[in-house]
Design a protein. Structure first.
Length: 197
């Protein structure tokens, strides 16, 4: 009988060890799964403050070398001669380059001076230019330019602006500004951009 009891006790102990061992293995498996899925980190990280999740795509502001977004693309221009009052001869469909070497406006080799109408219904090509801000990028004849200066001035003040010296890497675009209260175009919007490196 004692031998049978001893065998029975051994079998029960073996089963208890199996249950205890199985429970330990199951608990270890659950803990491992929690660690691997990030629900439960290592003990050293459990008390640390949560780390921000890195974004899949960094924002342009986060990178000091981020390229500004292309805001306007000027693929082609028409040419017009210098006149004392610059008034492009269309209804706002095109950009016009002032080309008149006799008056100091070469087609190539100096600053390109472009004119465009802005319209009440925002449907003219000059309205695109009006939306540009310093730091924006535009394309001009397949090259990239960075807006360095934006001026909103009275038309009577345009001659006094520091935009009349030639620089082959510079582009100046001039449009009118509509005053919605009066319906008058007494001001100019001037964008000065430099060829991007």
């Amino acid at each position: 009988m004692q031998g049978r009891h001893a065998q029975k006790d051994d079998a029960q102990k073996s089963r208890r060890r199996w249950y205890v061992g199985g429970a330990v293995l199951a608990a270890a498996g659950v803990i491992l799964a929690l660690v691997l899925t990030g629900v439960l980190g290592p003990a050293s990280e459990q008390t640390a403050s949560p780390k921000p999740t890195p974004s899949a795509t960094p924002s342009p502001a986060a990178s000091p070398t981020a390229t500004p977004e292309l805001a306007v693309s000027i693929e082609s221009t028409r040419t017009m001669p210098y006149t004392p009052v610059w008034n492009p001869p269309d209804a706002g469909e095109a950009f016009w380059q002032v080309v008149d070497p006799g008056h100091g406006y070469p087609e190539d080799g100096g600053t390109d001076y472009l004119l465009a109408h802005a319209c009440r219904d925002q449907g003219c090509v000059g309205d695109q230019i009006r939306g540009l801000q310093v730091g924006d990028q535009l394309a001009y004849r397949g090259e990239q330019f960075l807006v360095e200066q934006k001026l909103e001035i009275l038309k009577t003040e345009i001659g006094a602006q520091d935009i009349w010296t030639h620089d082959a890497n510079r582009l100046v675009v001039i449009t009118c500004i509509l005053d919605p209260a009066t319906g008058q175009y007494d001001e100019n919007d001037i964008i000065v951009a430099t060829r991007a490196a």
